[in-house]
Every structure is written in C-alpha cells, then in structure tokens.
Design a protein around this ligand. Structure first.
Ligand SMILES: Cc1ncc(COP(=O)(O)O)c(C=O)c1O
Length: 385
C-alpha cells in the first residue's frame, strides 16, 4: 500500500499527452510539440565543453551539499552584475534542478497542516511539494484582470491563520506574465506583517522580453528565491538549480540537502561555471531574441484563430489562452487536436482547478517553421470542427 499522502499527488497530465505524441511519432506521424516546457535549443557549446573537461579531469565525486564554492560565487556575482544586488554566496545553495530547491524550501518551512498560498493557474508541482510535507496548498483563482498574478490585496483578503508562506512566480508558468515590482513589494509587506514568508520563483527570469527584469532580492533579503539553469541556460537534463535563502535558514537547508541529495550533479556544476562567460551569454541572449520573435509570431496568429489572450505575456515561453469561444472542454480539444492534426498542447487541467476546461497552454519551444506548420494545422482543425 502506498502512503496516504500519495492520494493528493495528481499526475502531470501533459506527460500522458507527451507519451501519446511519442507513440504517434513512432508510428510515423508528424507531431508539432507545443506542450513541452523546455527549450528546443541544445545546451550552449561552452557549457557542454566545460562539462566534458570536468569529466576528463575526474570531477565525478560528491561536492559539498550546498555546491562548489566557485559556482555559488559565480551566481552571486551574476546577481551583482545584472541587478546590482550584493549577495553573500553562503546564502546560495546549489540544488538538483530548482525542483530540489522547491523540495528544500517546503521541507524547512512548512509544518504539517500549514498552508502555502499560491495562484491558480500555476506550476502544478508546487501543490505537490506542499502535499509532500503534509501542508495545505491554498490556491487563489487569478485571471487576466491581474495578469494571472496574486495581488497584495488578494493575499491580505485570503490570509488564514494556518498560512506560513506565499509563493509567486515571475514570469509565471503557465501564463508567462510578470509581477510588477511595486506589487511584489506590497505582497512582501503583507506577508511579513502577517508573520509569513515569501517564496519567489524566478526560474524564467532570464526570459523576459518586455521591460527591465528585476530580482526580488532587490526588494529584500528576507525572502526565498528559486532559480535554475534549466530554462534560460538550456540545461533541463543536467538537473541544476539554486535556492537563495535568508541567512538564518541556510543551516537548516544545508543540513537537509546533506541528507536528501548529498549534492547536485558534480559535472553539471562545473559545466554551469561556463554559463556566465561572455560567449555563453551571447548565445543565450540571442536565443532569448528568438523566443521573443516566436511569441510575436504566435500570439497574433492564435488570436486570429479565436484564442483569447487578453494581454501580451512578457516572459517565459508560454501563451495561456482562453478557449471558451471554441470549446467547453479544453482537455477534449487538446486530445482531438493531437489525434487529428498531430499538434500537442497542454490542457488547463494541469495547472489548477480554476476554469481549467476553458484554457490551454501553448509552449513556443519549437522552431518558427514548426510553429507556422502548427498554426496551419490548428486552423484546419478548427475549420473541420
Ligand atoms: C515555474 C517552474 N518552477 C520550477 C520548475 C522546475 O524546473 P527545474 O527543476 O528543471 O529547475 C519548472 C519547470 O517547468 C517551472 O515551470
């Protein structure tokens, strides 16, 4: 018998869709992938080379649980260069993906029965990380009116005695929308005044197309930051992320990391040192431009086809569309679109319980050419329906 907590852990439906898409491809059908939340680009060459060199040099042993100091310093340095933030590297813990950071942060903060407030729709795994520590995900419905983000007023209004933490993501998955700096400041103030803790997921921070990106660390030291090499640096499979914790929590996070991970991947850590080189930065910056170009192509095309996307999402690589003008069942829509036209998208039910049947997520993590072919197929599908 599996433990009772497993009853709360829902599957990630997109994985089922992906499995079906892969089967179709094995049967010789062509599939346009707009469901996958990872860049189609390979890891930049300088990072791969640094990883190879590390392996050749025998870097295959455990590192300290919080990561190699060179990488922690390089990350701190990047915050200084990018955002003017002075950050003591001792507050940075390198983790197996930001998923490792999420597991650490929930484990060191949340007692059984304590609540973590978060937006619905949101990244589905967050709810499950909370369940894993027997906490209660307190999901707050958000819509286009607030850019699919929590506001300070919502946090205030929805506060309950058991709430220990509030979690936000900017840019968000599945919506690609940002939290404005002044709103984040207000949210931080409300959370502090209630004696809670703010967790800010910045894993799409490198992928912001409009406006000036900022880090929540510019606002305060007294919050948790989740980040990753997965998306901006195209390193999903290397499994490398990081947590920035307030100084008073670092000891607990380190102690837990020693026990549950021992350390993040050693070759990946050495490889990631090359992420901050000029050569790599030039590569990832031009990729960001390519993502922006894709967004600027796909968004008007989807609107033309009847998908409602009321605001231009400023970051990540997702478009979250209201499909109520087209269907009343987004999961069936995604299923039929895949079966009939070989276009894979993610139905809203993966991201929460707030009007999931009215929404789908498109990921522009595939080439412009394939996006164009995807649009042709979607149009044909809609005309048939
Ligand atoms: C918002 C958000 N946070 C965290 C993650 C986890 O990513 P990783 O563990 O690869 O860093 C993802 C992955 O899709 C995500 O979208």
């Amino acid at each position: 018998m599996v433990a009772e907590r497993m009853a709360s852990i829902r599957p990630f439906y997109v994985m089922e869709l992906l499995a079906r898409a892969r089967t179709m491809e094995q049967e010789g059908r062509s599939v346009i992938h707009m469901e996958v939340g990872e860049p189609d680009f390979e890891t930049p060459g300088p990072i791969v080379e640094a990883g190879k060199r590390a392996l050749d040099a025998g870097s295959s042993h455990y590192t300290p649980a919080a990561g190699i100091i060179e990488l922690r310093r390089a990350i701190a340095d990047d915050y200084r260069k990018r955002f003017g933030v002075q950050l003591d590297p001792s507050r940075i813990l390198v983790t197996p993906g930001s998923s490792g950071a999420l597991q650490l942060v929930m484990s060191i903060l949340i007692n059984p029965g304590e609540g973590v407030m978060m937006a619905d729709p949101g990244y589905p795994c967050n709810r499950n990380f909370v369940h894993l520590v027997s906490g209660e995900p307190v999901t707050i419905p958000v819509d286009a009116g607030t850019g699919y983000q929590l506001t300070a007023e919502m946090v205030e209004r929805s506060w309950r005695d058991n709430i220990r933490a509030v979690m936000v993501a900017s840019p968000s998955n599945p919506t690609g929308t940002l939290l404005k700096r002044d709103e984040l400041e207000r949210i931080h103030r409300v959370v502090k005044s209630r004696g809670g803790v703010l967790i800010v997921d910045e894993i799409y921070q490198g992928l912001v197309y409009d406006g000036t990106p900022f880090s929540a660390l510019e606002i305060s030291d007294d919050l948790f930051i989740i980040n990753s090499f997965s998306k901006f640096y195209g390193m999903t499979g290397w499994r490398l992320g990081w947590l920035v914790a307030p100084a008073s929590y670092v000891g607990a996070a380190d102690r837990l990391a020693q026990n549950i991970f021992l350390a993040a991947s050693t070759p990946a850590q050495h490889a990631a040192l090359a992420a901050f080189d000029d050569e790599t930065q030039a590569i990832v910056t031009s990729r960001r431009d390519a993502f922006r170009e894709r967004r600027d192509y796909l968004l008007p095309e989807l609107r033309r086809l009847g998908f409602e996307i009321s605001r231009v999402p400023e970051g990540a690589f997702y478009l979250y569309a209201n499909v109520s003008g087209i269907t009343d069942d987004s999961a069936r829509f995604a299923h039929d679109l895949l079966e009939q036209e070989g276009v894979a998208i993610t139905p809203g039910k993966d991201f929460g319980d707030y009007l999931p049947e009215q929404h789908v997520r498109f990921a522009y993590t595939t080439s412009m050419e394939k996006l164009k072919e995807g649009v042709v197929r979607i149009e044909r599908f809609l005309n048939q329906g």
